[in-house]
Ligand binder design. Structure first.
Ligand code: SF4
Ligand code: SF4
Length: 96
């Protein structure tokens, strides 16, 4: 059975460079940038096209800056599967 294909988007200017997501990615698809974001941190990037949309990176990110998508093979669209918000006040995790 073919692997699910996924993708992530990262709000790089809000990343604090903790590297948790890069450690938790089971596909070893993430790495830290060599450049700094506007807050002066190296930021996380998806560097290999190996994402399965597992949501690990989004779930461990203390800044909640990662959104995960999975490809819907039926209609060839990407669907949002993990959004984590309000981490400082009242954590909201939405994983479908
Ligand atoms: S969703 Fe999973 S496979 Fe994709 S980048 Fe995040 S941890 Fe890696
Ligand atoms: S877990 Fe979040 S804050 Fe930490 S490096 Fe990854 S994207 Fe940045």
């Amino acid at each position: 059975m073919a692997k699910t294909r996924g993708h992530i988007s990262i709000d790089i200017d809000e990343c604090k460079g903790c590297e948790l997501c890069t450690v938790e990615c089971p596909q070893d698809g993430m790495a830290m940038s060599t450049e700094l974001n506007r807050k002066g941190y190296h930021y996380a990037l998806l560097v290999e096209d190996v994402c399965t949309g597992c949501t690990n990176c989004a779930l461990v990110c203390p800044e909640a800056v990662i959104t995960v998508y999975r490809e819907n093979k039926a209609n060839k669209t990407k669907e949002k599967v993990a959004v984590i918000t309000d981490v400082r006040d009242n954590i909201t995790v939405t994983v479908s």
